[in-house]
Design a binder for this molecule. Structure first.
Ligand code: SF4
Ligand code: SF4
Length: 383
């Protein structure tokens, strides 16, 4: 569930910006040594600034493409226009009228009024698309997914094209890895069946509610809508804490650990699509971590700062002040790289390639640190 502070930050952003910045989800705010600047690099208008422990989005420069929200590993940047829930609902509802064909179109081609708008979901730019919504639709029975662009070469968002291509490639690779047959396609014209002259026959006998539970398809991605609902319908205005007070080390000896709704939807959708047919998956969403125990001094900083708890101390370990084992759970890792960035011994590496048996196995990988050099211990508190 989103925290109350998340809700307030999103609610405050609704009127100002197409993107909400949830500051304490940003790993560069969490730790000044983070090298993550994915949002900064993808933003074409330099609207985002990230420096030690700070992130700032200049809404006056933001062109609302949504590209930053698709690359942030920790979901610190949340698209608001539309939200994930609104987009999922619109796509599922439209797909129910096209017998499972889900179509998304950018605002540019949409503005040409070539197709019935009830038969597709509109986004400002296709760069806003990411894995969780597309995979979720496939997992719920979409038999075809089409992204329609407005001929990007002459569009103000054209610099986002590599990001769109990355999303299509990654999604298709993830579906293929699970043995799924559906592929996401990107085209510059609406499929014939959506064109205004061809749509009349769709209403009636063919409108069978393929997605009987369109809202159900959106349920798992309802985080943003929940925030909006709580704020707008309940008028709930909780007291806002400062970021500093929220990012304190908890009693368990770690920084606060965060839920990752999009990440969870993605992995659950993959699980629903099928079983892995490959030994390894390479993607921007998952990672595997390895530790060189000959360099590691078991200080535990990696586990302390990991935003998801993917890397943590072995809870059954016999604790004095030393850490003897660390556990890594691949399905919880979001490839943020913070564990690597905070390791001052350079002992830790993060790979975008993950063995599928690790990704879908609840048993963590255990790193035995008994051989680690431990001259200076920074013990983690007991859980
Ligand atoms: S991509 Fe996300 S985690 Fe990385 S710097 Fe930007 S907001 Fe922070
Ligand atoms: S294990 Fe490392 S890369 Fe994965 S989520 Fe934790 S800090 Fe980020």
């Amino acid at each position: 569930m989103p925290s109350l502070d998340d809700i307030v930050q999103v609610a405050e952003s609704l009127e100002k910006s197409p993107v909400a910045v949830i500051e304490d989800r940003c790993i560069s705010v969490r730790n000044r040594n983070s090298t993550c600047r994915k949002c900064v690099h993808i933003c074409q208008t330099q609207a985002i600034e990230v420096s030690a422990n700070e992130i700032h989005l200049d809404a006056s420069l933001c062109m609302a493409c949504g590209a930053c929200t698709s690359v942030c590993p920790t979901e610190a940047l949340v698209p608001l226009k539309p939200t994930d829930a609104e987009l999922s609902r619109a796509a599922a509802k439209a797909a129910s009228m096209l017998e499972g064909h889900a179509v998304f179109a950018c605002a540019r081609i949409s503005s040409k009024h070539l197709a019935d708008p009830s038969l597709y979901a509109e986004v400002p730019c296709l760069a806003r698309m990411e894995e969780s919504i597309l995979l979720s639709l496939v997992a719920h029975g979409a038999n075809r997914v089409t992204l329609v662009d407005g001929v990007c070469d002459t569009c103000k968002y054209r610099s986002c094209v590599p990001s769109i291509n990355d999303t299509v490639t990654f999604v298709n690779e993830l579906i293929e890895a699970q043995g799924g047959n559906v592929r996401v396609e990107r085209v510059s014209e609406f499929p014939q069946v959506l064109l205004a002259d061809d749509t009349r026959g769709l209403f009636g006998s063919t409108r069978r509610g393929f997605f009987a539970d369109a809202a159900g398809a959106a349920k798992e991605t309802a985080m943003a809508a929940a925030r909006t609902t709580i704020e707008q319908e309940l008028g709930y205005k909780p007291k806002k804490e400062s970021i500093g007070s929220r990012l304190r080390v908890t009693e368990s000896g770690t920084m606060p650990q965060l839920e990752m709704p999009r990440h969870d939807v993605t992995i659950n959708a993959m699980d629903a699509i099928g079983f892995p047919v490959v030994e390894r998956i390479e993607s921007r969403r998952f990672a595997s971590v390895s530790i060189d125990v000959t360099k590691c001094n078991a200080c535990g900083m990696c586990a302390m700062f990991c935003p998801t708890g993917a890397l943590k101390r072995d809870e059954t370990d016999d604790v004095s002040s030393d850490i003897k084992q660390l556990e890594f759970t691949a399905c919880e890792c979001v490839q943020c790289g913070l564990c690597r960035d905070v390791c001052w011994k350079g002992a830790l590496s993060v790979s975008s390639e993950v063995p599928t048996d690790q990704l879908f196995d609840f048993d963590p990988v255990v790193f035995d640190l008994r051989k680690a050099n431990r001259p200076k211990m920074i013990g983690l508190g007991r859980r």
